[in-house]
Design a protein around this ligand. Structure first.
Ligand code: HEM
Length: 283
């Protein structure tokens, strides 16, 4: 009995992995379907669509930044005091008195900057590859909302240290809100929690930053991922030019915007070897 059989052919392994060692296509499919985490992923994806140079993993990097922000943010919440008197000092104390406090704060800050950049680059990639076209228009619109929520998370976080930067940023932000046609005054009062910047403003923006916006992000991102699956998984790259790789009949059915995505994914192994094509053409 080989070492692999010894490790996988026992009750303990089979209690975790019901199908046994995934050494056939069927078993590999069952592993994905039976796993809580993996079943979110499609069972089969076109090889071309998972090429790193197609998506650059930018959507995945965006969600990783959000995960890092959530973990470091919870850590910061143990020390941060959302009061106009204590907010600044709680941040100074976090930087100087708490083990790894400054490290956590910097991780949170850098991840926030990086997330904005990643989301923006992800959007640029989606535009560049034409992946916003039907049937993915809804996910593009959802993406625009996600971009807005990402900006709002950054902006509300910026206020929390309650320093001069924060004070004047919120002054500018709420004045911009106040310039909204017709309901400008109401918007400004809603953002400030009154007629001037003070404790009600801080508590409002703190609640938005740590509860409301992260929850909205989780709901929207889940819907975004669900739509990626429903729209036939991620779009298939059009390059290299279809005629170089496929017969004319097949070439008409593929495209970045998703036409033909519902078809069986093109497995590169299924394609005719170049040598055979050449022989046919010669004949
Ligand atoms: C919090 C922000 C976001 C996260 C976490 C996120 C995550 C993802 C992930 C993981 C994918 C799978 C493919 C890939 O990684 O490129 C994806 C696809 C997609 N995203 Fe996003 N995204 C975000 C924001 C946006 C924005 C701002 C837009 C556009 C306005 C957008 C539009 C799309 C579209 C249309 C697809 C399908 C792309 C295709 O089929 O090739 N997303 N997103």
């Amino acid at each position: 009995m080989s070492l692999r059989e010894k490790l996988t052919n026992n009750r303990f392994f089979k209690s975790l992995y019901r199908e046994g060692y995934p050494d056939s296509d069927r078993k590999r499919v069952m592993v994905i379907i039976n796993s809580l985490a993996l079943h979110l992923h499609p069972v089969r994806v076109p090889k071309k669509a998972i090429r790193v140079t197609y998506t650059w993993g930018l959507g995945g990097l965006s969600i990783w930044m959000f995960v890092i922000l959530t973990i470091t943010g919870v850590f910061l919440m143990f020390y941060y005091i959302p009061s106009v008197r204590d907010a600044w000092w709680s941040i100074i104390s976090l930087d100087h008195d708490v083990y790894f406090g400054q490290f956590m704060r910097n991780m949170h800050r850098w991840a926030a900057h990086t997330m904005v950049i990643m989301v923006f680059l992800h959007m640029t990639r989606v535009f560049y590859t034409g992946s916003y076209k039907p049937p993915r228009e809804f996910n593009w619109v959802l993406g625009v909302v996600l971009l807005t929520v990402t900006f709002l998370l950054s902006f509300t976080g910026y206020l929390l240290p309650w320093d001069q930067l924060a004070y004047w940023a919120i002054t500018v932000g709420t004045n911009m809100g106040g310039a909204t046609p017709i309901i400008g005054d109401q918007v400004r009062v809603a953002l400030l929690g009154g007629y001037q910047i003070g404790q009600p403003t801080l508590i409002r923006w703190y609640t938005l930053h740590v509860i409301f916006l992260p929850l909205a992000m989780i709901v929207l991102v889940s819907t975004h991922f669900w739509r990626v699956r429903k729209d036939g998984n991620i779009s298939v790259p059009v390059y290299p030019a279809p005629q170089e790789e496929e017969t004319p009949a097949k070439a008409g059915a593929s495209g970045a915007a998703g036409a033909g995505d519902d078809e069986e994914p093109a497995d590169e192994g299924d394609e005719e070897p170049a040598e055979e094509k050449k022989t046919e053409a010669d004949a």
